[in-house]
Design a protein around this ligand. Structure first.
Ligand SMILES: [Zn+2]
Ligand SMILES: [Zn+2]
Length: 254
């Protein structure tokens, strides 16, 4: 199985794209601006979208994806998320004011877009990949995801400052290969990071002390203004940690 990083920046501008990962051609994990770089044919292959939360940098391309591929697919696009996230999407995005309600057109019986509730702890198996929603701590209801190919697992924290429940799952995942974890801000934005419930290097490194299992750690969601500084702050004095910056267009095989 493969996970292609369509976007992993905490912002836009130039080559920066916000969070979206393409799993095995038909599954999106978040739908940030990276989705917009896919070809039309690649867009039509997307059948499932798993959202970590409703923040705009993670859903920005979902409305236009639905609009672009409607009529080119025989089956509906399915959006998986917690009830709280789906309620926010229905109320604030697919509400006819911002964008049409594709769950009602062409009709409610056979809509272009359907919703599937996936709460923390629940799993869904698609194309032999088990996708499990795992606990996250953010300013709005949020989850992370474990992607388990059977041979290997990727755990993605989503936007989160993590919790004991999160580390319990990480540390009991026997086939853990990769941990994708966010660090949005540099240490000079320590206060803002705490308020926004994002990591900065200080809080990331403190939480990583809970990791008791070897794996490749990938840092994602770096804000463009301080991305180099943030990685320097993470790596200085921590050369022994197996930690690298997640790169756009990178493919993780697992
Ligand atoms: Zn967020
Ligand atoms: Zn975000």
């Amino acid at each position: 199985m493969h996970l292609q990083i369509l976007g992993c920046s905490g912002g836009i501008g130039g080559a920066n794209r916000s969070t979206s990962f393409l799993l095995n051609d038909s599954i999106l994990i978040d739908a940030g601006t990276g989705v917009g770089d896919l070809s039309f044919t690649a867009l039509t292959r997307i059948e499932h979208v798993f959202l970590t939360h409703a923040h705009l940098d993670h859903i920005a391309c979902l409305p236009m994806l639905a609009d672009t591929i409607l009529g080119s697919r025989s089956a509906p696009l399915t959006v998986y998320a917690s009830k709280a996230t789906l309620d926010a999407l229905k109320k604030h995005i697919f509400n006819w004011a911002i964008w049409p309600d594709f769950n009602k057109i062409p009709n409610s019986e056979a809509p272009f877009l359907r919703y599937a509730t996936l709460e923390t702890g629940q799993s869904c198996c698609i194309e032999k990949c088990t996708i499990t929603a795992i606990p996250a701590v953010h300013t709005v209801p949020a989850v992370g995801y474990q992607l388990d190919s059977g041979q290997n697992s990727i755990i993605f924290s989503g936007d989160s400052v993590c919790s004991p429940a999160f580390w319990d799952i990480v540390n009991t995942t026997g086939n853990l290969g990769h941990l994708i974890i966010e660090t949005a801000f540099s240490n000079r934005e320590y206060q803002l990071a705490n308020t926004a419930k994002h990591f900065c290097p200080l809080t990331l490194l403190e939480q990583l002390k809970n990791l008791s299992r070897p794996c490749q750690i990938w840092v994602t969601h770096l804000k463009p203004a301080d991305s180099e500084l943030t990685m320097q702050e993470i790596l200085q004095d921590n050369k022994d940690l197996n930690i690298r910056r997640l790169e756009q267009n990178q493919v993780i095989n697992f």
